[in-house]
Design a protein around this ligand. Structure first.
Ligand SMILES: NC(=O)c1ccc[n+]([C@@H]2O[C@H](COP(=O)([O-])OP(=O)(O)OC[C@H]3O[C@@H](n4cnc5c(N)ncnc54)[C@H](OP(=O)(O)O)[C@@H]3O)[C@@H](O)[C@H]2O)c1
Length: 248
């Protein structure tokens, strides 16, 4: 599906959905630039991927210096050449409600789940940094499309991201860059484990009952991401695809 000349930057590649996307793109022939904070987990993923020689780790805490993120992307282009794709999976989950709204926590959540992807999109969409025909893909959430109890801030941040990226898709289409969002429901990753730990076993049972096809696996998201980044999806841009195992 890809060639080794096609470099795909995957953030959040040390865990869950991001890791599955990075492994699959590498298996499908792309060169992967794998971003994350945890060096050991990145190295472990590299050791298990199909072609470790075409997997490059870039350790970085994305909220440490928001201002410099566009320059970080430009630096990656200088190091690896023009980037074909971006899969931005770094993010954090959060269960909350308006009665627990706390301003300082809300600001830091919005930084990671909204301002970081905006800054990375700014860097990536600079004409000098991407290869014509390529694509950016951002992990939104089903909570952005179907608001529900307990996802007040998280759902709003992901909805803001999906709306912003629709606009960016309009601005970038004629320049040769496609823009996508994926909006998964619950996928089995450490993020889901944390939610169950926080809410108790009954939460898992109650949530699972809403999914006719059960919870998703990270690979279920990765296959869709790989397709959208490939030139097989050359006529698709500006969508926020819900992947929800039949849950809506
Ligand atoms: N799992 C779900 O059910 C689900 C559903 C809908 C949407 N999503 C979205 O999908 C994306 C991936 O979620 P996941 O379930 O795969 O989560 P996960 O397993 O908890 O992984 C989160 C990833 O984000 C990275 N990350 C977090 N904070 C970071 C920071 N400050 N700087 C750099 N990297 C950072 C982590 O890096 P380190 O491990 O190196 O710290 C890790 O690789 C998220 O945006 C999430 O909101 C998930």
């Amino acid at each position: 599906m890809f060639s080794r000349e096609q470099y795909i930057l995957v953030t959040g590649a040390s865990s869950g959905i991001g890791r599955a996307c990075a492994m699959l793109c590498n298996q499908l022939g792309a060169s992967v630039i794998a971003g994350g904070r945890n060096e050991e987990r990145l190295a472990a993923s590299q050791a298990r991927c199909a072609s470790p020689a075409h997997w490059h780790n870039e350790v970085r805490d994305l909220v440490a210096d928001l201002e410099s993120l566009p320059r970080w992307v430009a630096g990656l282009r200088q190091k690896y050449g023009r980037l074909w794709g971006l899969i931005h999976a770094a993010g954090e989950g959060r269960l909350d409600s308006i009665s627990y709204f706390e301003l300082a926590e809300a600001k830091s959540h919005l930084e990671l789940n909204f301002l970081v992807p905006m800054q990375i999109a700014k860097g990536f969409s600079d004409r000098r940094n991407f290869a014509r025909g390529g694509a950016m893909l951002f992990l939104s959430s089903a909570s952005a499309v179907y608001p529900e109890k307990g996802h007040c801030l998280y759902g709003a941040a992901k909805a803001a991201l999906a709306t912003a990226m629709k606009t960016v898709s309009q601005e970038m289409a004629h320049k040769g860059l496609r823009v996508h969002c994926l909006a998964p429901g619950w996928v089995r990753t450490p993020m889901l484990d944390m939610a169950i730990e926080h809410m108790g076993e009954s939460y898992e049972t109650k949530e699972k009952a809403r999914y006719p096809l059960g919870f998703g696996e990270p690979e279920d998201v990765a296959w869709m991401a790989a397709f959208l980044l490939s030139d097989k999806a050359r006529w698709i841009t500006g969508q926020n695809f819900v992947l929800g195992g039949g849950c809506y």
